[in-house]
Design a protein around this ligand. Structure first.
Ligand SMILES: Nc1ncnc2c1ncn2[C@@H]1O[C@H](COP(=O)(O)OP(=O)(O)OP(=O)(O)O)[C@@H](O)[C@H]1O
Ligand SMILES: [Mg+2]
Length: 259
């Protein structure tokens, strides 16, 4: 199920503004890759380009190649809606649909994608997704209650359940814990550990301890100054990046000397 991603020489524009320049990076299947770097260096922009989510922004475009298991993500015959189903995304703020129940939230991606589903099948998807997201036991008796009635950490796990309900091959997470307390954060980190046996995971984080704890590979992005494009400075094995980075800027950032 999980797939690898190969990015080569990717430039990402907002209109005339070159936000991210010349990124080349391989992302292995069934691994966790952390994107780190100072604010504005293009982490979210790059992450969104991996499931064509940035295309919903007017004037945004890419040059270069993104391959998913060798298939060109930006080929003319690739349906962006299908791409977003195969490459799921979890955002910084938990964003369950407020008027939908917990179960309906889990099925939201499904409902948009397919015809009518049998109740039994729907029930199975709800249970399987909530179990994988580590939320089942906490919500199994109130599946018909609004998703907005859950705690922040529970809502974020609900959003993860929603993202994995369509059985994606890749899961992109943009600072998924930044709005959460330490206990919810540690639950999500444990979950990331479990999910990587089935999914290829990319996580943006400002928390260096979190990057060190959850990721196999780390990619450090930086920018030369305001208005300059963000670039990938280096990427590699997380333990090497944290103990012995190749670039002095990586070391300075990891040690908290800027950003
Ligand atoms: N929708 C947009 N339209 C125009 N410019 C944008 C848009 N989104 C981001 N940018 C610009 O692209 C650059 C990279 O922004 P991005 O949000 O990717 O950075 P980031 O590394 O995720 O930062 P942070 O750590 O603060 O989330 C910034 O200069 C930003 O102002
Ligand atoms: Mg961001």
């Amino acid at each position: 199920m999980a797939k690898s991603i190969d990015v080569s020489d990717l430039d990402i524009y907002y209109g005339d503004f070159l936000a991210v320049e010349g990124v080349t990076i391989p992302i292995a299947a069934r691994s966790v890759t952390a994107f780190i770097g100072p604010s504005g260096c293009g982490k979210s922009t790059f992450l969104r380009s991996l499931n064509r989510m940035h295309e919903v922004i007017r004037g945004a475009r890419v040059e270069g190649k993104v391959l998913i298991d060798g298939q060109d993500l930006y080929a003319d015959d690739m349906d962006p809606v299908n791409v977003r189903r195969l490459i799921g995304m979890v955002f910084q703020r938990p964003n369950p649909f407020p008027t939908m129940s917990i179960a309906e939230n889990v099925l939201a991606g499904q409902r948009l994608n397919s015809k009518r589903m049998k109740k039994k099948e729907a029930d199975e998807i709800v249970e399987r997704s909530l179990r994988s997201a580590g939320l089942w036991n906490e919500v199994k008796d109130r599946l018909d209650r609004p998703g907005s009635g859950l705690s922040g950490g529970q809502q974020q796990r609900l959003c993860i359940a929603r993202a994995i309900a369509t059985q994606p091959e890749v899961l992109l997470m943009d600072e998924p814990c930044s709005a959460l307390d330490p206990i919810s954060t540690s639950i999500i980190e444990d979950l990331i550990h479990e999910l990587k046996t089935d999914y290829t995971i990319v996580i943006v984080t400002h928390n260096m301890q979190q990057a060190a704890r959850v990721s196999d590979t780390t990619a450090f992005f930086n920018l030369a100054g305001v208005g300059q494009p963000g670039k990938l400075v280096e990427h590699g094995d997380t333990s090497t990046m944290f103990s012995n980075p190749a670039d002095p800027a990586t070391e300075a950032y990891i040690q908290g000397r800027f950003g």
